[in-house]
Design a protein around this ligand. Structure first.
Ligand code: PHE
Length: 462
């Protein structure tokens, strides 16, 4: 099958790597990875995560990028071109980012609010409790999201920022923005990590984060650690969101596929690791070594961390740097989501980039407002017992994405054969170093891991 390169793609290999790394590095790296690592025995989790990244993550990421590059199509056309009965996979790969983008932008709006508060010197307020209109005391975060106006304004600003980059196109928009933002993000995170390491008492936290904790290690705990690391990795590498196929379709055929995927993987893991080096010791110092403080899910980033910054010397500056970092990480991820949907709409309906962008912008605003309203005016409304945001998160992350990834493994491993990907890797490269590992992983190991990811949320509390 001859490749069709219908898009104007990335101009350089570095541009592709930074854009894909920009997609991979997101909120998942910054708040989710550190608290999972802390929860599942520190160094032990890190070790398992690392092994999974170079095997499981590598295999899935390589597969998607190869499908994109070989077909040169957006997700809707790509899966169908691999196998004509696979059109539904293409639809799933377009619907998933269309459902994630709106709620991700709602969270992006919260991040923008915090960033603005810290930059304008009002960061301390975010650490305080406030009295709400009904006379109850609530965290700043709780009262901010339960108000309709603020979150709506910041949500809309955030979506407009995304759309602006998408409108500029792949090279002038996504590639350029990633080439500027990603190095800034890397420098910021290194600087903040060095600073937190110098705080009094940070060492205890660093030890807790890095040294494996085998105490009370049972078979069940090991299983949970592996399942937790697997699903974190899967989300962190932006797998089964259609993104890697789309970005792959913009990649020139003479760029090294294997090497690029390895570099994206290293970048993503390094940023997650550094985020842990900031958050675990910082929260440790603040809470006097209370491990529970790390276990607060989303509240960790919006409630605990501002309190931590509040107690630090130069805390407002660090807080501002931190929230700029989070905003950059979130922005490059949501850009990749939006591009995937816009590319699919452009190809399917033969529309211009501007028109597709307007359509996707409209859908994002409408669906995203459901998540914004779900915390405020419509806080009583639930879908299957979940708030809108949690509902969208659940159907995409826990259901649709693992199913799509499993289907992709079966498609390449068993239906069209691993040659499909291998040939693409060998295009312009002499050797596929990890060929044997790839074959075993895609046919046997990855499907099993995907099934584990799919069933664990239903059988445990991960
Ligand atoms: N990889 C992102 C992260 O770690 C997740 C993500 C990517 C979410 C792209 C949305 C879009 O946070």
């Amino acid at each position: 099958m001859e490749p069709k390169t219908s898009h104007k793609g990335f101009g350089s290999r570095l541009g592709f790597i930074l854009a894909a790394a920009g997609s991979a590095v997101g909120l998942g790296n910054i708040w989710r990875f550190p608290y999972l690592a802390a929860k599942y025995g520190g160094g032990f989790f890190l070790l398992i995560y690392l092994i999974l990244a170079v095997t499981f993550g590598f295999t899935l990421m390589l597969t998607e990028v190869a499908i994109g590059r070989r077909t040169g199509k957006s997700v809707l056309g790509a899966y169908q071109l691999v196998e004509k009965h696979c059109a539904p996979m293409g639809w799933a790969a377009a619907v998933i980012p269309a459902l994630i983008l709106p709620y991700y932008c709602a969270i992006g709006g919260w991040v923008l609010k915090y960033m603005t508060m810290f930059i304008t010197g009002q960061g301390a307020q975010t650490a305080e409790d406030v009295v709400t209109a009904s006379g109850e005391s609530s965290s700043f975060f709780g009262s901010f999201i339960s108000d309709l106006g603020g979150p709506t304004v910041f949500f809309i600003i955030y979506v407009v920022l995304n759309a602006a980059v998408i409108l500029l196109g792949v090279q002038k928009g996504i590639e350029k923005v990633s080439k500027i933002l990603m190095p800034v993000l890397a420098l910021l995170i290194i600087a903040i990590a060095i600073y937190t390491a110098t705080l009094d008492g940070a060492w205890e936290g660093i030890k807790y984060y890095l040294l494996p904790d085998f105490e009370g290690m049972t078979a069940e705990k090991v299983f949970k650690t592996i399942a937790g690391a697997c699903s974190q990795l899967f989300y962190s590498m932006s797998i089964a969101m259609g993104i890697l196929v789309t970005y792959g379709s913009y990649m020139k055929r003479d760029f090294s596929l294997e090497g690029s995927v390895r570099q994206i993987e290293v970048f993503d893991t390094a940023i997650a690791f550094l985020a842990g080096l900031i958050i675990v010791p910082a929260v440790f110092v603040f809470s006097g070594g209370d491990k529970e403080a790390l276990n607060r899910g989303p509240g960790l980033m919006f409630i605990t961390l501002p309190q931590v910054f509040e107690t630090m010397p130069a805390g407002s500056l660090i807080g501002a740097a931190f929230f700029i970092l989070v905003a950059l990480a979130a922005l490059t991820s949501s850009i990749s989501l939006m591009e995937t949907v816009v590319a699919a709409v452009m190809e399917k309906f033969r529309l211009s980039r501007v028109k597709s962008c307007i359509i996707v912008f409209g859908i994002t605003i409408v669906l995203g407002m459901l998540s914004v309203l779900g915390y405020s005016a419509w806080s009583g409304v639930t879908v299957f017992g979940m708030q809108f945001l949690d509902f969208f998160d659940f159907i995409t992350n826990s259901l649709m994405m693992p199913v799509l990834a499993l289907a992709t493994c079966i498609l390449i491993g068993w239906v069209v054969g691993t040659k499909y990907v291998e040939e693409e890797v060998l295009h312009g490269e002499k050797k596929f170093g990890a060929k044997w590992m790839y074959r075993v992983m895609i046919r046997f190991v990855c499907p099993v891991f995907m099934i584990i990811i799919l069933i664990t949320p239903f059988i445990t509390d991960i």
